[in-house]
Design a protein around this ligand. Structure first.
Ligand code: OGA
Ligand code: MN
Length: 302
């Protein structure tokens, strides 16, 4: 192994040193990185100087990339390539987006706890967010350790959660912040999808909770009960002892595991400062229900 691993927390976040992400990795190095990633769900690579192409090439070591859902809307002009989600507060001309911009309002949804692409039938395995420009204050990203949060649940709750499947939709999370300005093609291409509530993390074989602000209903459960349960789980998993706060430095890349974490962006003065962060997203290998062998009775949910 050529790189070095510096734990930031005991089991959840680590900095990776002595590595230049512009350089192609050997298969052994990819295996070693994956192995560190199976333990530490947030890997931090400081002092990297990446073009979009270099970020994309590094990300492809971990699987096939998603295209951004920002490309679905016919009325949007992308600032970066479709293999990247533009998480910045900048428009296609690199200016700070005005307060009334649709994409700015949509991106505000990133301030709710979530895991990336759980609203897709085939959700994300991991995300790689690279910071080119960061604001002088604020704009941190918080990560919640869903494996540790699962371990800490009472046995009775673990039993209750087995086999439950939630319905995830991007419309559900955006409704929470009062955003409903979806184009017809977005409704068409992003229908609600089922995701198990508890899954086994492939790399560590540890059980983990899998929830997000995208989750609204639970199949076969009355809505009020489901909402109470989801809110309780959200409160439990985001307690301070499960959360790592990442304070960004410029030219840093953070890679996180969407299968066993949630994250949220913290506020900053986004009408004043530029925050240029770009995300590549690697797809998981199969839908979560398929991975767990759980198939909800969709009819029972109606
Ligand atoms: C993301 C995201 C939060 C942030 O890139 O998926 O939710 O702090 N980002 O930018
Ligand atoms: Mn996100």
């Amino acid at each position: 192994m050529t790189f070095s691993v510096h734990p930031v927390t005991d089991n959840f976040a680590a900095e990776i040193g002595d590595i230049d992400l512009r350089r192609p990795l050997s298969p052994d190095e990819v295996v070693a990185l994956e192995s560190a990633f199976n333990k530490y769900a947030a890997l931090i690579f400081g002092d990297q100087h990446l073009s979009d192409e270099e970020q994309i090439s590094f990300s492809r070591n971990f699987g096939p990339l998603e295209n951004t859902i920002q490309a679905i809307r016919k009325d949007s002009r992308l600032r970066v390539r479709p293999e990247m989600a533009d998480v910045s507060n900048l428009d296609a001309s690199n200016n700070v987006m005005p307060a009334n911009s649709t994409r700015r309002k949509f991106n505000d949804g990133n301030r709710l706890w979530h895991t990336d692409s759980s609203f897709k039938r085939l959700p994300a395995k991991c995300s790689l967010l690279y910071a080119r420009t960061i604001p002088p204050t604020g704009g941190h990203t918080e990560f919640a350790d869903m494996r540790a949060a699962y371990d800490a649940l009472p046995a009775a709750t673990k039993t209750r959660l087995e086999g439950l499947v939630a319905e995830h939709s991007i419309m559900t999370s955006r409704a929470r912040i009062g955003f409903a300005d979806f184009a017809p093609e977005e409704h068409e291409q992003m229908p609600p999808v089922p995701q198990v509530l508890v899954r086994t993390h492939a790399g560590s074989k540890r059980r983990t909770l899998y929830i997000a602000s995208h989750a609204g209903r639970i199949y076969g459960m009355p809505d009020e009960e489901a909402q109470t349960l989801l809110a309780e789980l959200m409160a439990h998993t985001t307690q301070r002892q499960f959360v790592y706060t990442h304070r960004w430095r410029p030219n840093e890349l953070v890679m996180w595991d969407n299968r066993c974490t949630m994250h949220r962006g913290r506020p900053y003065d986004d009408l004043r400062y530029k925050r240029d962060v770009r995300r590549t997203t690697v797809s998981d290998v199969a839908p979560t229900c398929e991975q767990e062998g759980v198939f909800p009775d969709m009819a029972a949910a109606q």
